[in-house]
Design a protein around this ligand. Structure first.
Ligand SMILES: O=C(O)CCC(=O)C(=O)O
Ligand SMILES: [Mn+2]
Length: 186
């Protein structure tokens, strides 16, 4: 479900991203096969999504420095909970927020979010910065996807039967795009 403009406080959210990335800098993670991902990433919360030759997983400490990930700001948790409620998926208490930073040349190929333990919980995804087109494939990675243009402040929520749907993101429209992806991972 697309909640257009649901994140009204984008300035506050951008400031929180600055704080988090000062403590846990954005970095190019590598796929298990050794290819660097084009978007840079960091996380906040009780764990952070990570990828290297050992595979895709959640780490409780940032492997870059051995410290805990920055705490999830209460504004983030409230936004994710509110979006889940508004989208009809009920109360949502994410334990992590993956933050993706897309430079103008960065994109994300088709994949599904499958490294979490509890698939009864939705994914809440927030766009900040420059617009980009999100592609929803659904149950299979093939066929022509539904295209959804995401503007700053837009929140996309998927859960229930769609929780493991395949999706991708095209390059941002000329500037830097930031995406917050809230998950119940542990
Ligand atoms: O940037 C987005 O809109 C989606 C990011 C995403 O799918 C992911 O981090 O798994
Ligand atoms: Mn995803």
């Amino acid at each position: 479900m697309l909640l257009h403009g649901f994140a009204a406080t984008t300035q506050q959210l951008n400031a929180a991203v600055e704080m988090i990335s000062a403590a846990a800098p954005f970095r190019h993670l590598k796929t298990p096969g050794g290819r660097p991902m084009s978007a840079t990433m960091t996380s906040c919360g009780r764990c952070g999504w990570y990828s290297d030759s050992q595979g895709y997983r959640y780490e409780r400490l940032d492997p870059a420095n051995g410290r805990a990930w920055p705490a999830m700001p209460s504004t983030f948790a409230a936004l994710a909970h509110g979006a889940s409620m508004a989208a009809g998926f009920g109360p949502f208490e994410p334990d992590t927020c993956l933050i993706n930073r897309y430079a103008p040349s960065a994109q994300m190929g088709a994949h599904r979010d499958a490294d979490e333990r509890d698939f009864s919980q939705p994914i809440v995804s927030v766009t900040l910065g420059t617009p980009a087109t999100f592609l929803w494939y659904g149950a299979a990675r093939r066929g022509s996807p539904v295209k959804i243009r995401l503007l700053p402040g837009d929140v996309l929520v998927w859960g229930g039967a769609a929780r493991k749907g395949y999706h991708a993101v095209q390059k941002p429209e000329g500037g830097v795009r930031i995406n917050l992806t809230f998950r119940k991972a542990l």
